[in-house]
Design a protein. Sequence first.
Length: 71
Amino acid sequence: MKRRVRVERSRRLEDEIGRKVRVLKKLIPINCEDLGLEGIFRETADYILALEMRVKVMQDMVNVLSPSNSD
């Protein structure tokens, strides 16, 4: 009986992980279908770094283009 419970929990966990990976694939703007799990995580990390750089550039632009309060 305990073995069956463990198998069912394991299947549920695999299903949940699979669902989360499918959602992650939809969020990344590249074709992840041919990548393994490691590749998906690598591409996700690269995408997050690219987004962080974009935010930093936009923050710098706002700082440069905003009128300063010292005038």
